[in-house]
Design a protein. Sequence first.
Length: 368
Amino acid sequence: MDTKHGEHSSGETTDLLIDEHILFRKLAYISPNPTLITNTKGEICYVNPAWNQLTGYSFDEVKGKNPRILNSGKTPRRVFRKLWSALSSGQTFSSDEIFDKRKDQSEYQIYATYFPIKRGDVNEFYVQVQHDITKQREMNEKRNMFISIASHELKTPITTLSAYAQLLKKQLVYQCDNKNLALLSHIIYETNRLTNLIDDLLNVGRLESGDLPFYPKALNLSALVQQLVTDLSQTIQTHTIEIKGSIKGTVLGDKNRIEQVLTNLITNAVKYSPQANRILVHLSTTATMAIVAVQDFGYGIDKKDQQYIFTRFYRTQDKDEGSIAGFGLGLYIASEIIKRHKGKLWVESKKGTGSTFYFSLPLLRSYN
Ligand code: ADP
C-alpha cells in the first residue's frame, strides 16, 4: 500500500514559544519511531536512537552514506519511482513495502513515511519516519499458514461425513423411517454449515496466495440469477426471493465465483433478517455496467460498521446478531471476487430498516 499526501504541515508557520530546532531534537530523540534524515545529495545527516536500535548501526557508521546501503533488494522498484516522484513535487509519501537490512544483514520490513523539508521552494532535507512491521508480517504469514493447513485438514473428514450422511438419508427414505430422518436432517444441516465455513477459510487462503482459479467466459447474468434463485428457494423456507428487472447484456465472469457471491449475499440477507419474510433481487444496467442488488428488510448495518464489513474477520457487535454463526469472511471473499472481475461491491443500509448489497460488473455486450 503506497499513499501520497499534499504539502506537509512543517512548511506552515506556527506560534511555538520554544526553539523549533530544540523541539525537533527532543521529539526525535525520545520518539519510538526510527527516524532518518538525508540531505539533497542523498547523504544521511541524522538518525535517532530508535533507528540505531532497529538497525544496529551507530550514527558514525552511516553518516554521509546513502540510505541505499540499507536496501535489502526486496523493495519493489515501483515504490522507489513513486517515492521520488512524490518527493520531487513536494509531497509526502508512505509505503509498507520497504525492506531494509540491519548491520547483521538480517532483513526487516517497515512502514515508512517520507517528506521533504523545504527552504522556500527548494527541498533541503528528506525525513523518513519508520514503523517496524516485521513482526506483524511474520504473524500474518503464520496465521495464513495455520488457516490454510487447518482448513485443508478439516475438509477431508467433513467431506466423508457429508457423503455418509447422504447415503444414510437414502436408506432412511427407502425404509420410510421418518423419525430418524428428522434426526439426520439436523446432522446434514450442521455438516453443511461446517462445510461452508471451511470453504470460506480455504478460499481466503487461496485468495491471499493468488491460488484461487478464475475461469471467465461470457455470462448471461439474468439467467444465472434466475437459476440460482430457483435453486436457493428450494432450501430457504423462511423467505421468498423475488427478482425485479433484468440485465440486458452479457458480462465476462467466472460462473461459479459469481454464484458464490450471490449465494453469500442472499444467505446473509436471510440470516440477518429473521423477522422478515422476503428478499428482493434487483437487476439493472447502466451504459457500461450490469448491476445486481440484494435487498433485505432486516437488522440493517450501522453507518460506522459499513466501511469495515468487507474486511477479513469483521463482524458487527450487534447484540441481536450475537447468536448468528459466521467468521466474517463471506463479504471479504465476495468483494475480492468482484474486484477481480473489475467490478465493485457496496452496501446501502439503515439500522432497523434493512440492507441492500450491490455489485456491478462491466458489460461485455449490451442489447436492448
Ligand atoms: P458472516 O456473516 O459469516 O459473519 P460476512 O463477511 O458475510 O460474514 O458478513 C460480515 C458482517 O456483516 C456480518 O457479521 C454482519 O454483521 C454484517 N452483515 C452482512 N450482511 C448483512 C445483512 N444483510 N444485514 C445485516 N448485517 C449484515
